[in-house]
Design a protein around this ligand. Structure first.
Ligand code: ZN
Ligand code: ZN
Length: 355
């Protein structure tokens, strides 16, 4: 599997005529060599690989990294430069969107004879299409998070704090085997629902309010991402109307996903529907984003995204309507693209539940 992943780098070697590519971001290191620790560097040539780490990680790397020579270092950039000189690497790529300027300076100052080639946003898309092993991990973590939410719904009632709900949900995920929460949950009730990224606050839930809950779990390096908007008690007519528009926009976009489509056309299906129903000014963000080793990764599903959808891509569909001073609704699922459509990985019900 890791060998197949490395074959994805072939065009980067060819297009940039590189001798090697240096990876320093933990997600790409994990993707290409399996190391799950918190510091290290991976150097790949077309047919050789070296993983560099400090003494905290030598034993772990020996267990996890089967496809690269593991070397221990005392000082990271000294070791990277030593390897480059030892192997006669003249021209190498680095992750231009990930490397801090200070690290870049260390490399370029120590290696006056080498050419550093920044590989930018195209490299960020290298993990867009998930392989079978990744899809299984993503399905498992998504199911774990959805089931946790289902259990916690019974806890929701007037008078509890948004932060209490977030905490209960996190505990339930951990109880079911999550390594951590995937991000700080959004729990936005009543007028706070108008904030697309309203983190859980001390506000108490009140009867008649909608509550948007955006949540996810992290397990084995992979994230889940899902949003439900539920009602505490009986919601008013406008809340029901907004929820129904968002739900239909979501369902239409999910039903339309096919390999070969342009990402912005998926976005347009949900966005046009919301606009036709009078709420176009209240849906400002993109429709979705890739999910994997990072919570936000490629592809981007937005009005500007020209990426073509491919089988195996995993991304969210998350339309919303946010009305300042009133409240809001978002509904989000994570989907995996199949040859004839897409399959939902997240599975909490998306109709308006009254609690
Ligand atoms: Zn989300
Ligand atoms: Zn999302």
């Amino acid at each position: 599997m890791l060998k197949n992943r490395r074959s994805r780098l072939k065009p980067f070697f060819e297009d940039n005529t590189l001798d090697a590519i240096l990876f320093t971001s933990l997600e790409n290191i994990r993707y290409f060599c399996g190391f799950s620790g918190s510091d290290g560097a991976l150097m790949l040539t077309r047919d050789e690989a070296w993983f560099l780490c400090d003494s905290r990680y030598t034993t772990q790397a020996a267990e996890e990294v089967g496809n690269a020579e593991v070397r221990e270092f005392a000082a990271k950039y000294e070791a990277i430069c030593g390897l480059i000189i030892e192997k006669g690497i003249r021209r190498f790529g680095f992750e231009a969107t990930r490397m801090p300027v200070s690290d870049f300076r260390q490399l370029s100052e120590r290696l006056p004879g080498s050419e550093l080639v920044g590989i930018g946003t195209t490299l960020d898309a290298v993990r867009s299409c998930k392989d079978q092993g990744e899809i299984e991990l993503l399905a498992r973590v998504a199911a774990l998070a959805s089931d946790s939410l289902q259990s916690v719904l019974a806890y929701i009632k007037p008078g509890i704090r948004e932060t209490d709900l977030a905490l209960e949900l996190e505990i339930e995920m951990r109880r079911r085997g999550a390594d951590a929460r995937a991000f700080d949950f959004i729990v936005a009730s009543g007028v706070r629902g108008a904030m697309p990224h309203g983190r859980a606050s001390d506000k108490l839930l009140r009867s008649g309010e909608l509550v948007t809950i955006d949540f996810g779990a992290l397990k084995d390096g992979y994230h889940s991402d899902e949003t439900v908007t539920v009602a505490v008690g009986r919601p008013d007519a406008r809340s029901c109307e907004i929820h129904e528009i968002v739900r239909q926009a979501h369902d239409r976009a999910v039903a339309a996903v096919r390999p070969g489509m342009c990402c912005r056309d998926i976005d347009a299906i949900a966005r046009d529907f919301i606009r036709e129903h009078g709420y176009g000014d209240y849906f400002g963000h993109g429709l979705g984003h890739g999910v994997g080793l990072e919570i936000h990764e490629k592809p981007v599903i937005s009005p500007r995204s020209e990426t073509i959808i491919e089988k195996g891509m995993v991304f969210t569909i998350e339309p919303g309507i946010y009305v300042p001073g009133f409240g809001g609704v978002r509904i989000e699922d994570t989907v995996v693209v199949a040859s004839d459509g897409c399959r939902l990985l997240t599975r909490a019900p998306k109709e308006l539940i009254q609690l």
